[in-house]
Design a binder for this molecule. Structure first.
Ligand code: SME
Length: 320
């Protein structure tokens, strides 16, 4: 029996549009697969937790709770960040048999906004060679619908704003770090609201800043700050590399007051490594007067991920 993937994925689109919270989304996605796909005995999700996977919403028999990264079809999908289509689980090295009835299986990674596996969709069948190329394509499209709208998978994510000179290179530098889940470049702690690049360039008072969202379980703040210190001259006043101006000052702007002692301790340690005073600002991200806004304004779209779009763009940070 063939599956109408166009219809299934239309239904999944409708569900994904109404709710992005990953528990609700994964629960309904499992139920939809369970109702729609013939010859399956398990359909559900594992989410990334630390180095391995932990059980998420599913339909089917009670399943193993944790899967190490090195094991199972799910572990392989996580490690290789690609679909595993297994016609016969008995010949897959390291297959984990949660249900001895399972004969074949497909596992598809769901990626976060930076393309890293954040969860896997696992579907098992009691029939050998159950999943065809058509199933793979339909189910990869299904997974893609979910990954576009899933939210809340890293509940412990935190945000900090780091100014380190030209924000093009800083953004790329943070994007390359394991544990950073999202970045955005913008203008922080200046006078005007929603400034343009031109205004900032002509001394509006903002610092070119990267909003860095990170998972402290994988990348503690102290470690993130140490790596940030490696690409700045923390003693330079209003300049980094070839760039001069107040917008190129360095600064750590936090939004959680609980981060303040970590920032202060990191800067104290850093100052012992220099014989000149540090110029790195250590402040909360300012609030905008009488408004629920914070003083960080997203930069124009062409500045976002600039060095991905323009690999030869100048920057004080070198990546070779
Ligand atoms: N068979 C999977 C384990 C999860 S259960 O199928 C629900 C694997 O080898 O990763």
């Amino acid at each position: 029996m063939t599956v109408d993937y166009a219809l299934l994925n239309e239904q999944m689109e409708a569900l994904a549009q109404s709710e992005g919270w990953y528990v609700a989304l994964f629960a309904n996605a499992s139920a939809l697969l369970w109702e729609t796909l013939p010859d399956i005995n398990w359909a559900g999700f594992y989410t990334v937790d630390g180095p391995g996977l932990v059980l998420g919403p599913f339909q089917g028999k009670v399943a193993c709770i944790r899967i190490p990264r090195e094991k199972g079809v799910c572990g392989a999908a996580l490690r290789e960040n690609r679909t595993q289509l297994v016609p016969d689980v008995h010949v897959f090295p390291g297959h984990i048999a949660c249900d001895s009835a399972s004969q074949s299986e497909i596992v598809i990674p769901l990626r976060d906004r930076r393309g890293r596996a954040a969860a896997v969709l696992d579907i098992d069948s009691p029939v050998l060679n159950r999943f065809s190329e058509q199933d793979r394509q339909g189910l990869e499209a299904f997974a893609h619908i979910i990954e576009k709208s899933m939210k809340g998978l890293t509940p412990m994510e935190k945000t900090i704003y780091l100014a380190g000179g030209c924000f093009w290179g800083c953004q790329k530098y943070f994007d390359l770090m394991d544990g950073v889940t999202e970045t955005e470049v913008g203008y922080a702690n200046g006078e005007a609201k929603n400034p343009t690049y031109e205004q900032v360039k002509h001394g509006a008072g903002h610092a070119e800043t990267v909003r860095v969202v990170y998972d402290p379980a994988r990348l503690p703040l102290r470690e993130l700050l140490e790596r940030y210190f490696q690409v700045i001259d923390p003693t330079a006043v209003n300049h980094q590399g070839e760039d001069f101006g107040i917008q190129y000052r360095t600064g750590i702007y936090y939004t959680d007051p609980a981060d303040a002692p970590t920032v202060t301790a990191a800067l104290q340690d850093l100052s012992r490594r220099y014989d000149k005073p540090l110029a790195v600002e250590n402040q909360p991200l300012q609030a905008v007067e009488n408004q629920p806004l914070q003083n960080f304004f997203s930069a124009e779209e062409y500045h976002q991920k600039y060095l991905e779009k323009n690999p030869n763009g100048y920057c004080h940070i070198h990546f070779d």
